[in-house]
Structure formats: structure tokens, C-alpha cells
Design a protein around this ligand. Structure first.
Ligand SMILES: *[C@@H]1O[C@H](CO)[C@@H](O)[C@H](O)[C@H]1NC(C)=O
Ligand SMILES: *[C@@H]1O[C@H](CO)[C@@H](O)[C@H](O)[C@H]1NC(C)=O
Length: 309
């Protein structure tokens, strides 16, 4: 990495002083492929509870996630980063209906924030201005919903998640402008990076995303998380990236712990291996091996970070 790049990374990241927070992306299908039950979620959250009290899910209505996970998370003292799919009208309507029906049954604090779309711009499912409109419409919708204690969901942050390179592209600005919160996904693995360069590449990606967001919104006006990052432990190599336990452990220590040490919040992809995911072709046999815990909820590697070094 160039020295000037490192300096700008440090100056951007050091605008935040505290150690970055940690959460996990959580799948909603059990190993059989069936939707998780309340009891599955209870066991999931119990496994995660030594490391976090926050999980991210991708949709409200799919697998009745908000209905089932909401009360379980609340009981376990967890909060949820709740995803909403905006990309086709029927699905978006179901997502809104889930908010209207199930948000009143839980406390406002249980849904920490809402992200509309997951890499919708990357996939070109929506334009950035249509995504901005969808963010605004969810913000308006929840302002008229009260929680189980009579508090309005008005003020709950609403934003979106996308790939770092799409955020850096100036075309995403209409969505960034509409958002209270932006998550950037960055996978050195899918950039085919060597293990040696994986953490540098990760810092560089996130630095660029953060710089774009901060210049659009100002430093204090936005909540920023890395929405997905991680390293698979098994499967076929992708270019110079090799799945292995050792490499996943190194990425954890050198990339995830390091960037948290600079004050950046990280959602690690993903909590548990997902055995139900199919092997299709090429490198997709890694898809079931991104878990930090295996599919029986055994931790695969050491998650301690030495922030003092
Ligand atoms: C939400 O609570 C406010 C204040 O108590 C009340 O005026 C409003 O009618 C409630 N809205 C709904 C949808 O229950
Ligand atoms: C390391 O990563 C940076 C940033 O992604 C990239 O520009 C560079 O080409 C990579 N270096 C090597 C040796 O792969």
C-alpha cells in the first residue's frame, strides 16, 4: 500500500475514537433449508451472545423473519439490523406489510435500523434515485407505526447496503443523500486477492467508500457499518484467494480486528455455515462455508482482537 493511502486511511478512520462495534450477518434458513423457527433463533443468538448483541437479516417478510426473530431477539437482549427488499413491487408490498403488522409487537429499540436493499445498485435492480425514493417511503411508513410501548418508530435510521465500489461510483449519490445509514460490503476474497494483500485491499476499499459517504453527508450525519466482509474456510480458490481456516483467521485478525481498532463498525459475513446452500458451478462451493461458526454452531476460529497493539 502506498504511504499516502495509509495516511489518508488513518485520517479518515481516526475521526471516530471508540473501537468499532461488531455484529454478524444471520441467515434465516436452517440446515434443511426450512425457515428457522423461534427455537433455532434462540440457539443462534445464544451462540453469538459472547461476541455481540446485534444481528443483521436481509428481509422482514421472507421466512416471516420479523414476526419470528423480533420477539426472540427482544427477549435475548439483541437488536436487529432489518433488511427490506425494494426490488419488485409485490415483494416490497409484503415487506411493508410485515413492518406494519409486526413492528407494533416489539420495542422500538429491538430494530436498531432498517436497510432498504442489499446490493440493489450493484445488481442494477434499481436506480440510485429509485432506491432513494424507497428509503424515503420506508421512513414515512414507520413514522406512522408505534411500538409495543406506544413509541413511534419515527427516528429509527433508514438507509441501504451496497458494495463498496458502487458506493464510490458517483452514481450512487441520490441513494446516499436519502440515507441515514449506509453499509458498505467488501470482500477481498471476491477480488481474488492474495492472503498477503487481502487486508490492505480491504482497508483501501472501505477508505474509499467512507470518503465518498463523508463528503456527501458530512462526518456526523451518517451511521456507517461494513455490512458484509469475511473469508470462507472451505471450497475452491477464487483467483489468488484460497479458502481455509488459517486464511479466515488471518483475515479476522489483520482486517476485521484492525479496522475495528480504527473505530469502524463491522458486520461479519456470516454467523453460521449454511448447509442448505447448493453447490452450483465454479467457485460457488464456497457459499456454504462463510460461517464463523459451523452449521452446528461450533466456533471455527478465535475471535479475540488485541486492540492495544
Ligand atoms: C401512536 O401514538 C401516538 C401518541 O400516543 C398516538 O397519537 C397515535 O395515534 C398512535 N398511532 C397509532 C398508529 O397507533
Ligand atoms: C493489492 O490491493 C490493492 C488495492 O485493492 C490493489 O490495487 C493492488 O493491485 C493489490 N496488489 C497486489 C500485489 O495484488
Amino acid at each position: 500500500m502506498r504511504f499516502s493511502t495509509l495516511l489518508s486511511i488513518i485520517s479518515i478512520f481516526s475521526s471516530v475514537n471508540a473501537i468499532g462495534d461488531l455484529a454478524f450477518d444471520l441467515g434465516v434458513q436452517a440446515n434443511s433449508g426450512a425457515c428457522k423457527t423461534a427455537s433455532d433463533y434462540k440457539s443462534d443468538l445464544a451462540a453469538l451472545s459472547s461476541y455481540t448483541s446485534k444481528v443483521r437479516v436481509y428481509a422482514a417478510s421472507d421466512c416471516n423473519t420479523l414476526q419470528i426473530l423480533g420477539p426472540v431477539a427482544e427477549e435475548a437482549g439483541f437488536s436487529i439490523f432489518l433488511g427490506i427488499w425494494p426490488t419488485d413491487d409485490a415483494h416490497f408490498s409484503s415487506e411493508k406489510a410485515a413492518l406494519t403488522t409486526y413492528l407494533p409487537a416489539i420495542k422500538k429499540s429491538t430494530v436498531e435500523l432498517i436497510t432498504v436493499g442489499s446490493e440493489a445498485l450493484y445488481r442494477q435492480d434499481l436506480t440510485a434515485s429509485a432506491l432513494g425514493d424507497a428509503i424515503d417511503s420506508i421512513r414515512d411508513l414507520i413514522a406512522d407505526i408505534n411500538d409495543s410501548e406506544g413509541n413511534s418508530y419515527s427516528g429509527t435510521p433508514v438507509g441501504f447496503v451496497d458494495s463498496w465500489n458502487v458506493l464510490v461510483d458517483g452514481g450512487s449519490l441520490p441513494a446516499i443523500s436519502a440515507a441515514d445509514v449506509v453499509f458498505a460490503n467488501a470482500f477481498s476474497y471476491w477480488q481474488g486477492q492474495t492472503q498477503q494483500n487481502a487486508s490492505y485491499s480491504f482497508f483501501d476499499d472501505i477508505m474509499q467508500a467512507l470518503q465518498t459517504i463523508q463528503s456527501a453527508k458530512g462526518e456526523t450525519d451518517i451511521t456507517f457499518w461494513i455490512g458484509e466482509t469475511g473469508w470462507p474456510t472451505e471450497g475452491t480458490a477464487f483467483e489468488s484467494s484460497t479458502p481455509s481456516l488459517d486464511n479466515a483467521q488471518s483475515f479476522w485478525n489483520d482486517a476485521i480486528c484492525a479496522i475495528r481498532g480504527w473505530g469502524v463498525n463491522v458486520i461479519a459475513f456470516e454467523a453460521f455455515d449454511e448447509d442448505w446452500k447448493p453447490d452450483t458451478s465454479g467457485t460457488s462451493d464456497v457459499e456454504k462455508h462463510w460461517g464463523i461458526w459451523d452449521s452446528s454452531r461450533n466456533l471455527k476460529y478465535d475471535l479475540s482482537c488485541n486492540f492495544s497493539s
